[in-house]
Design a protein around this ligand. Sequence first.
Ligand code: ADP
Ligand code: MG
Length: 699
Amino acid sequence: MEKQNVPELYGSLVFNDKVMRARLSEDVYTSLRKTIDENVSLETNVADAVAEEMKNWAIENGATHFTHWFQPLTGVTAEKHDSFIAPSPDGGVLMEFSGKELIKGEPDASSFPSGGLRATFEARGYTAWDPTSYAFIKDHTLCIPTAFCSYSGEALDKKTPLLRSMQAINRQALRILKLFGTDANYVRTSVGPEQEYFLIDQEMFNKRPDLKYTGRTLFGAMPPRGQEMDDHYFGVIKPRVNEFMEDLNNELWKLGILAKTEHNEVAPAQHELAPIYSTTNVATDSNQLTMEIMKKVASRHGMVCLLHEKPFAGVNGSGKHNNWSIGTDTGINLLSPGKTPYENAQFLLFLCAVIQAVDDYQDLLRLSVATAGNDHRLGANEAPPAIISIFLGDELSAILKAIKNDEPYEGTEDVVMKLGVHSIPKFRRDTTDRNRTSPFAFTGNKFEFRSLGSSNSIACCNIMLNASVAESLRQYADELENAADFETALHELIKRVITDHQRILFDGNGYGEEWIKEATEVRGLSNLKTTADAMPHLLDEKNKKMLMEHKVFTEAELQSRCEIMLENYVKTVNIEGLTMVDMVRKNYLPSIERYLYRLAETTSLMRQVSENVKCNYEVSTMERLSELTDHILEAVKKLEGVLDTFKGMDDIFESSAYVRDEMLPTMDELRKYVDEAEMLTSQKDWPFPSYGQLLFSVS
Ligand code: ADP
Ligand code: MG
C-alpha cells in the first residue's frame, strides 16, 4: 500500500473549518460560524455564498453530485444523489448549486418509516441542512448532513431529536454554571464510541443464506475451538486484517474521522475500532459513516464486515461503548474533578445529575439500545445485563459515602466534608480496577455506557442521556436559584441525591445471578429483558412528560418511534424465522436425508458381505439422525404455524409480544435439533460452512 502523508490526508474530503476560512469571504465565514456555534439562523445570501464555494471545492475534489445525507429511523443513513449539472443556453452544461438546494431538500420520503406521522396523502418530508456537521465527499458526491422532517415539522430522523437534546442539556447546564460563576458560552456533550465488528471471508459468507439475509447465523454447532484460549484479544493482527485496517484508517481520516485505536477483540475474527471523541452530533454522523465504510473497505479486501450484535451463538457478540462527557466551550470537562473546592463541588453536582438521571430514566436508557440483535447479547455473560446500574470505582464511592454519612473522608484530614468549603483530593485516575461487567461506568472523566449493540445508532442513547441529565440539572437549578444560602443548599442537595439514588450504584459483578436477584427484588431496579418488554416504556407518562418538557420529542414523535422500533423488531425476527424455514426445508433436511441414505446403504452392503459386522456406528448414527429429522420436521412445522399466525396480526404490541413468546423460542428449538444433527453428519454432506470455517476463514 502506498505510504500516506496523514496530516495531508486528514480531512481532505471534508468542508471543514479550515477550508471554510480559506475559501469563504470574511463576512460569510463569520455569519456561518455564528450559525454553527450559536444556532443563529442563516441569511439567504450567506447560504448562497456558502453553497457556491462548497460546490467549487467539491468539484475540485472530484465530485459530480450532491446529496442531502440523513439518518431515517431505519437506523442506516439515506441519500439521494442529484448531479450539479444544469443546461446552459449554448447547449452545454453548467455546474450549479444554490443556497436553497444546500438548505432544503425534498426526498421522496414515502418509503421511510414514519410510524403514521405522515398522512398517506402527504408522503413528503424535507431535509434541512445541519451546519454543525461538516459536509464531506463520498463516492464522487458532496454529502450534506441534514435533519429529516415531515411537512408538519415532526422529526422523521434520529438527528433532530439529538440536536434538541443537546440544546436541552446546554440550556440547563448553563443555568448551573451561572450559579457557580463558571465562565461558559455553551455546553456540549462529547462522545467517543468504541466500535466492535467481525471480519469473515467473502466466499464463506456467500455460502450462508442466514448471514446474507439476516446478518447473523441462525444455525451452527460450536467449533472445537472458540474463544476459550483468550489469545485473540490484543493478539497479533493477521496480515489481511492489517491491510484492511490500514485502508480503513485512510478512508476515515480523509473524512476527518479520528480513527485512533484498533485491536483484536475477545472472539476469533472480532476486532475493535475507537475514534478520538468529538461533539455528540458529529460523533454520531462519524459513527454512521464508519460503519458504512467498514463494510465497503472489507469488500475491497475480499471480506465481509459483520456489524450484527450476535453473528455467532456461543461466541462473544459485538457491542459499542458510548464514552460520554459534558464540557464547556471554555475547555472545562464538567465530569473531571477540579483543583479548587468550588470546582469539585461543581463536578459533584454534575456527577449527581448523571446518577439521578440514570436512576430515574433506567427504562429510557435500556430501550435506547433495544433491538432484536442486541437482545441476544445483553445479559448473556458477555455484555452488561439488561439491568442498568452505575459503577463509580472505589475512590469516588468513598467520597460519596463520606458526604452521605457526614463522615470524614481520608483525604480531607479528618474533617467532615462540607462541599464548597473543603476540597476533595485530586483523583488518581483508576485504570486498573475497571469493572467490565457494569453497563454504565465512570472512567475518570467520562461515563462509559456499554450496553449498546454494535449496529445501534449512537443517536438514540445520547438523546436519552442528554435529556435525562438535562432534567436532573433543571431540578437542581430550580432549587439552587431560589436558595437563601447557595453553599448550604448545594451541600444538602448533593447529600440528598446521593442518598436517594443509592440503589443505582453497584460496583460488584454485574454478570452474576445474585445481582439480578438483588437488583430486581431488593433494589427495585427494572429488568427489561427484550425489546418487546422495553420499548413500550417510551410511552410511560413520566418519560413522555420529561422528553416533551425539554422539547426533545413531541407526543406524536414518541408514538411513531415506539411503533417503528417495535416494527423493526418484529420484522427482523420474522425474516429470521422465514430464513430458517427456507434453509431447513431446502437444505438441511434433504442433506441429512442424503447422509442417512448413505449410512443405510453402507449398512446393508456391509451386512451382505459379512454377518459378523455390527455396524454400531452406522446404526446408532442413523437412529439418532432419524429421530432428529423427526424433531426438525415437527419444529419447522410449528415455526411455519407461528409465522402464519404472526402474518395475521396487526397490533404492534400484541405482535411483538408474540414474537418474544412464541416465535423466538420456536426458532431456538428448531436450531437445537439442527445443530445436533450437524455434529452427527459428515462435513461433506453438510450444506453450509461450519462455525469453524466461518470464524477462522481469514488468515
Ligand atoms: P479504553 O476504554 O479502551 O481504555 P479510553 O478510555 O482511552 O479507552 O477511550 C475510549 C474512548 O473514549 C475513545 O473513543 C476516547 O476518545 C473516548 N474519550 C476519552 N475521553 C473522553 C471524554 N472526555 N469524553 C468523551 N469521550 C472520551
Ligand atoms: Mg472503553
